[in-house]
Design a protein around this ligand. Structure first.
Ligand code: BES
Ligand code: MN
Ligand code: ZN
Length: 495
């Protein structure tokens, strides 16, 4: 889907459908007033007749208005200007694209930038782009007869006044972010028999080919063995698929500038290993590589934007399977850091691959390291599907992530990393155990990672509740690509 922004008047800009807002009580927005004038009061007449009240997120589709070049006009209710909040803005946008997608229009012009759809025009534009892309996304690529792709292909945001440069940038950044989310969703939805560690590595190499700014390297098990990644390798022992360690280096700024490293959990299927998971909904463990997919999506997005920043993606990827060679509860392994780990539960495997990837990340001399992982079921219990869990060893970084979450509407909630939780990981036989019991499961998982991230500024995102939807709407969400790209955009602005 393509997005652009321009100045114009609604009766003259020609497209499959022009969209204008109507406030509660039938008060016309400025763009609607212009249309009304051109169409000999067709809009004020129908409002007087009671066909459109302006109730938030209501819509009315009109055809061939006299004096209007577009074939269709979509009136969208904006509600009371005084009652507008982010939630209503999103409902209005969602209703708008639902109504547009019900028409055969291939392109549409939206007068929503200066028309009270939201408090902040850039925010509204970004959310409009994400919503349009989400509604156009199809997850049925593996059906023998996929449904028809969306007909709506091109969106123009229009405003009566010349749009400021910042809004043009907002459209470009949002479009690149939406494209990145699409990649993340597509990878996330792929089943484990197709999306293997080697498949992810091939996709990362392809991304390197498509964007000259990205250099991809893939390490095999032999090299990981030499590096001493005993923790990562313990997870893949039960699998027939070889593990991979993928790195993607994007240098958009001077090489001397320290990079931000994104580390994504890439378990392409999590059976639990010998600590086997119960059967119900186990299929959803194909999503256990969504952290990795979000790193790929974010790198694609920033490369498309040409962001002037250095970013490195690190993806440890393997399967977690039971088998004759698989790691057993009680086994002790040595991580790349030298610290030993007693594996009391083979289903707590995410932290085992991440700890070695986090140690490996030091080689990039990072400014900041952020890991992204579908790490704990406990995080879903704590925060549901609204916010991702966030931890950091630096409050400034935590604050920046919270702010980027609000800006992108891809929100995080900070949880404590207090030392008080650390003793829960004590082991009689090794430096630490890989689990800390049921209490505070999301926190003890983060505390485990904290033992490997002492040398740099670090944050951990637990996306177990936000990376995909279950039930009838089952599918990857593309989160937290909007959060990560917004954070990176903000980092360029502050430099
Ligand atoms: N991938 C899972 C976490 C998960 C579970 C994400 C359910 C989304 C939904 C992770 O590898 C895991 O199995 N974690 C265990 C940890 C436990 C053994 C300490 C969990 O959450 O049950
Ligand atoms: Mn697991
Ligand atoms: Zn897992």
């Amino acid at each position: 889907m393509e997005f652009s922004i321009k100045q114009g008047s609604p009766e003259k800009l020609k497209s499959g459908c022009v969209v204008v807002g109507v406030f509660d009580g039938g008060k016309l927005s400025r763009a609607a007033q212009a249309l009304d004038k051109a169409a000999k009061h067709a809009l004020s007449d129908l409002i007087a007749r009671g066909d459109m009240s302006g109730k938030a997120a209501s819509t009315l589709l009109l055809h061939k208005l006299p004096g209007v070049l577009s074939e269709r006009v979509l009136l969208v209710g904006l509600g009371k200007a005084s009652e507008l909040n982010n939630k209503t803005s999103l409902e209005i946008l969602s209703a708008t694209f639902k109504a547009l997608n019900a028409t055969p229009a291939k392109d549409a012009t939206l007068f929503i930038v200066d028309e009270g759809v939201g408090k902040d025009a850039a925010w509204v534009i970004k959310q409009a782009v994400f919503n349009a892309a989400e509604q156009a996304f199809r997850a049925d690529g593996m059906k023998s007869k996929p449904a028809k792709p969306a007909t709506l292909k091109s969106i123009t945001f229009a405003s009566l006044e010349k749009p400021v440069a910042a809004l043009k940038t907002a459209v470009e950044q949002a479009a690149a972010t939406a494209h990145g989310m699409e990649l993340t969703k597509t990878l996330g939805n792929l089943p484990g028999n197709i999306c293997t560690p080697s498949y992810l590595a091939a996709k990362a190499l392809a991304l390197g080919k498509a964007h000259t700014g990205i250099k991809t390297t893939v390490l095999d098990e032999k090299t990981m063995q030499k590096l001493g990644m005993g923790s990562l390798l313990s997870v893949t022992r039960g699998s027939e698929q070889p593990a991979k360690l993928i790195t993607m280096e994007y240098y958009g700024a001077a090489k001397t500038q320290k990079p931000i490293v994104l580390v994504g959990k890439g378990i392409t299927f999590d059976t639990g290993g010998i600590s086997l998971k119960p059967g119900a909904e186990m299929d959803e463990m194909k999503y256990d590589m969504c952290g990795a997919a979000s790193v790929l999506g974010t790198l694609q997005a920033i490369a498309e934007m040409g962001l002037k920043l250095n970013v490195v993606g690190v993806i440890p990827t393997c399967e977690n399977m039971p088998g004759g060679r698989a790691t057993k509860p009680g086994d002790i392994v040595t991580s790349m850091s030298g610290q030993t780990i007693e594996i009391l539960n083979t289903d707590a495997e995410g932290r085992l691959i991440l700890c070695d990837a986090l140690t490996y990340s030091k080689k990039f001399n990072p400014d900041t390291v952020i890991d992204i992982a579908t790490l704990t079921g406990a995080c879903v219990i704590a925060l549901g599907h609204v916010a991702s869990g966030m931890f950091s060893n630096e409050d400034k970084l935590a604050g920046e992530l919270i702010a980027a979450g609000e800006q992108s509407h891809d929100r995080v909630w900070q949880l404590p990393l207090w030392e008080d939780y650390q003793p829960l990981l004590d082991s009689n036989f090794a430096d630490m155990a890989n689990i800390g019991g049921r209490a505070g499961g999301t926190i003890t998982a983060a505390c485990f990672l904290a033992r490997f991230t002492k040398d740099y500024r670090w944050a951990h995102l637990d996306i177990a509740g936000t990376a995909w939807k279950s039930g009838k709407e089952k599918g990857a969400t593309g989160r937290p690509v909007p959060l990560l790209t917004q954070y990176l955009i903000n980092r360029t602005a502050s430099k």
